[in-house]
Ligand binder design. Sequence first.
Ligand SMILES: [Zn+2]
Length: 213
Amino acid sequence: MKKQSLVEASENTNENVKDKGFKIKANGTNSDVLVGEEDHINTGFTTLEGYQGDYHSHPPGGIKIFSPGDVRHLLFNALFYGNTNANKSEAFTGLLSSQPCSACPNGKLRTHYVLRYIGASGNYLANLAYAPNKVEEQKKWFEKQYSRQVILSNSSATGDILNEEEHTKLFGKTLVYMGLNPKDFLLQSVDSNNNITNINFSENGTPIPTPCP
Ligand SMILES: [Zn+2]
């Protein structure tokens, strides 16, 4: 199964540090596994048309939540999907990752997040998606915020990593920093039993988790 192969890739420290991913059509068929630059798997996703979404993994040592590049990628995806389908919010991007965790079963904390755009404006999407001068700046900001959050974090049981609450806080801040309205995004956290928690955001980026019944 392809998702499993991405999780394994995210744990394999012997492999070149690159993101891996694959694209999924609305009918469930999917592409081969693609390999991209670190945190820029999205550059390998040149043809999104015809696809509903995709999954990628961040490599070992990578940040286990969606990056600014991933957010831009979702917006492109939603744009393409919205051109040919009624509902942009059906477009998605998924992130699978794994990190060492002494307090977790098998010594690993696996995370599975899905991101959707649930806002309204197509023009707004297009403007944001074409801001190439921002790309490097946003990447640096994100890495700096992550390091800060790790220092502030009290999750000592799991080492120098963030828990879900900290990840989602960092993500809410990222949306604000990017000049987006956090209310336009739905983050979904999927646990190992496939239970989904929907995480909405207030306008100032505060996460509002709601477990699905
Ligand atoms: Zn990514």
